[in-house]
Design a protein around this ligand. Structure first.
Ligand code: PMP
Ligand code: GLN
Length: 383
């Protein structure tokens, strides 16, 4: 491996899912559901394929999906985006993050990201030639949060953008109004762009509300908002995402996107448009069932002896290994499939310095109740 990607090997998700396949272990590692999305959404994709809509969609994405995204942002958050110029369809949130970073930052720039961070952020920042500057989320009162002073100190004259993921993978934190206001004020004061990853926007628990950073004062004009269909409609394999931002920012991101993939697949776009417009009740049921699965997994992990952080959103529970007498999550996660038949993800790979996250592992609860129960039973059998 040469150039800017030197040092980036195989993603932890690929490694752990391969280990699950090789050992027959229950895979609570990579976050994907084991039940299908809404029938209506699946049927639309089949209809689009069988109806002959199989050639390149337009570069910015099918108008029907751009309109559905704009309508969803308006109905859910009161945010107004022009589907013609302010919405761009991408190949999942992953491409959206990469294209946004490649479009908006470059060599010599610094990008702040809350650590632990989703693994593609560091790779995208490296590809751009910029430097990633982590601000660490630490447990406080049972949830992971940041120190506003530390965030402020991380900003330098070179800082160009801040990457914000809420609901947060892997910590499960949903940033509060106060936390987001602190980030927003800093962005406005210091003239920073914000890139927000909101792929878990619907998957929030216990009445916690997801607030888009772009809805804070002064933020709409400087925020690239990213989401995707994978989590909302349980179609992670469809890789259909989008960007909402002011027209000049969208134009910049589109310029990069057109040379990364040109366009994303068409049939999924029609189906996702249908989902955003018509499947809110299904998504609410998904949210409720995930909350119950979260509680089920937490109870199980606590009974095994992990110290568990109750997530406010997402698919994931962060667990501290130290009460079990372990302190290296990577070694633990690599040995666990053989030892107990369960796969998890070591969180240290989401830290700029793995030492800071050494004792955490992540378990996914987007699985059927019996799968969660079977995993817990295996963990109990051999702690
Ligand atoms: N961001 C976060 C925080 C994620 O957990 C994931 C994983 N799905 C993604 C982005 C990638 O989303 P997509 O599959 O739409 O590219
Ligand atoms: N977002 C999922 C996770 O965090 C999977 C992403 C991937 O495989 N790249 O587990």
């Amino acid at each position: 491996l040469v150039g800017r990607m030197r040092g980036f090997g195989t993603t932890i998700f690929a490694e752990m899912s391969a280990l699950a396949a090789a050992t027959g272990a229950i895979n609570l590692g990579q976050g994907f559901p084991d039940e299908d999305g809404p029938r209506g959404v699946l049927r639309r994709a089949v209809e689009a394929i069988e109806g002959g809509r199989n050639q390149y969609p337009p570069g910015p994405g099918l108008p029907v999906l751009r309109e559905a995204v704009a309508a969803q942002r308006l109905a859910r958050y009161g945010q107004s985006y022009d589907p013609e110029t302010e919405v761009l369809v991408t190949v999942g949130a992953t491409e959206a993050v990469a294209a946004a970073i490649l479009a908006l930052v470059g060599p010599g720039d610094e990008v702040i990201a809350f650590e632990p961070f989703y693994d593609s952020y560091a790779a995208s920042v490296a590809l751009s030639g910029a430097t990633l500057c982590p601000v660490t989320l630490r447990p406080e009162g049972g949830r992971f949060t940041f120190d506003p002073d530390e965030l402020r100190r991380a900003v330098t004259p070179r800082t160009r953008a801040i990457l914000v993921n809420s609901p947060h993978n892997p910590c499960g934190t949903v940033f509060t109004r106060q936390e987001l206001a602190a980030i927003a004020e800093l962005c406005v004061d210091r003239g920073l762009l914000a890139i927000t990853d909101e792929v878990y926007e619907y998957l929030v628990f216990d009445g916690v509300e997801h607030l888009p950073l772009a809805s804070f004062p002064g933020m709409r004009e400087r925020t690239v908002t990213i989401s995707s269909a994978g989590k909302t409609f349980s179609v992670t394999g469809w890789k259909t995402g989008w960007v909402c931002a002011p027209a000049p920012l969208v134009a910049a991101v589109r310029t990069v996107k057109q040379f990364l993939t040109y366009v994303g697949a068409g049939p999924w776009q029609e189906a996702v448009a249908h989902g955003l417009a018509h499947e809110t009740a299904w998504v609410e049921e998904l949210r409720r069932s995930l909350q119950a699965k979260r509680d089920r997994l937490i109870e199980g992990l606590e009974s095994v002896g992990f110290q568990v952080f109750r997530p406010e959103g997402t698919y994931f529970v962060q667990a501290d290994l130290r009460p079990l007498g372990h302190d290296d999550g990577l070694a633990f996660a690599r040995a666990l499939p053989e030892r107990t038949g369960v796969v998890c993800v070591p969180t240290q790979v989401f830290y700029a310095d793995p030492a800071r996250g050494r004792h955490y592992v992540r378990f996914a609860f987007c699985k059927r109740a019996e799968v969660i129960d079977a995993a817990v039973a295996r963990l109990k059998g051999s702690p």
